[in-house]
Ligand binder design. Structure first.
Ligand SMILES: Nc1nc(=O)c2c([nH]1)NC[C@@H]1CN(c3ccc(C(=O)N[C@@H](CCC(=O)O)C(=O)O)cc3)CN21
Ligand SMILES: CC(C)C(=O)C(=O)O
Ligand SMILES: [Mg+2]
Length: 283
């Protein structure tokens, strides 16, 4: 018995393997200033990441998981272990989007060295490409320290929820001239420190526009302005999982009522022995 092998000369490989779909990169996102708007949503689980990934440029594993997943009242109680567990799940569930992970409260503010240790652990243990941290000028040296050592940083200015105890709530920022000037100089300071992008959250529209025009990096708005270089929302908010949401949320679906209806349907069928039926049984 003889076997004939034919070498496929149309490719350099004798055994062609499918081209892997390349993940977007941080530099590719950074180039989007003033160009095609950057699409970001939060994700906390592998399956949700799979569903969102084809539509997004960035997936943010936000510390909003404290409220959204864990039922905490603020993000102040979120731990590094939570962020790493959910961050690794989102990386496993995505293959196109750049995954960014929030550094949780208390794990980076003390010093650039502390921030580096935390950020390095996050990237090492999750496979994500970048970290996000809250704060303005005060965090600029830390951002510079991380960026110089090869860790891409997304900044977050304006309404910074980890500072809720100091801010006294989640009201929009930048209404007074002093606050407006402070937030603008914060944005300029984190940009000068080398962040590749910044979330601008909960500020008056004119300020978000001024920030977007005056910094060289991508701005990603949430409760900010359509003129930002991109937008982000908490996925459970935009899916309609919560009854009460901030003004800046647009609900693109009403999943809470659909889940309630499905659960009620199931409960009714169990109680009347209409479930399971033949299709679900082994015979
Ligand atoms: N589900 C969820 N969505 C978010 O956007 C979000 C979180 N969780 N957790 C972390 C932070 C907290 N954020 C929040 C939380 C509440 C409001 C809020 O209630 N805003 C009110 C105004 C409140 C006031 O004036 O004091 C609003 O109507 O916009 C805003 C942002 C944004 N982030
Ligand atoms: C709202 C976004 C920007 C965030 O920081 C989060 O989800 O934690
Ligand atoms: Mg956050």
């Amino acid at each position: 018995m003889s076997t004939t092998f034919t070498l496929d000369t149309s490719t350099s490989r004798a055994h062609p393997v499918p081209e892997p779909v390349r993940r977007l990169t941080v530099p590719a996102i950074a180039k989007r200033k003033g160009a095609e708007p950057v699409v970001m949503l939060t994700a906390y689980t592998a399956r949700m990441a799979q569903l969102l990934d084809p539509h997004c440029d960035l997936l943010l594993v936000g510390d909003s998981l404290g409220q959204v997943i864990y039922g905490l009242d603020t993000t102040v109680k979120v731990t590094l272990e939570m962020m790493i567990a959910h961050g690794a799940a989102v990386v496993r569930g995505s293959y196109r989007s750049v995954v960014v992970i929030d550094l949780p409260f208390g794990t980076y503010e003390e010093s650039p060295e502390a921030a580096y240790r935390t950020a390095a652990r996050v990237l090492r243990e999750t496979g994500a490409a970048a970290v996000k941290l809250e704060g303005g000028a005060v965090m600029a040296p830390t951002i510079r320290f991380l960026v110089d050592r090869g860790i891409p940083v997304m900044a977050h200015v304006g309404l910074t929820p980890q500072a809720v105890n100091a801010l006294g709530g989640y009201g929009a920022r930048g209404r007074s001239e002093a606050e407006r000037a402070k937030i603008l100089s914060d944005a300029q300071a984190v940009a000068a420190a080398g962040c590749f992008a910044m979330v601008v959250e909960g500020v008056v529209e004119g300020l978000a526009i001024d920030i977007t025009r005056s910094v060289p990096c991508v701005t990603i708005g949430i409760g900010a302005a359509a003129e930002c270089d991109g937008q982000v929302l908490v996925v459970d908010d935009m899916l309609g999982m919560f009854d009460r949401v901030p003004r800046f949320v647009k609900r693109f679906d009403d999943l809470a009522s659909r889940i309630s209806a499905a659960a009620a349907d199931y409960a009714g069928r169990v109680r009347t022995r209409q479930f399971p039926t033949e299709a679900q049984l082994y015979r």
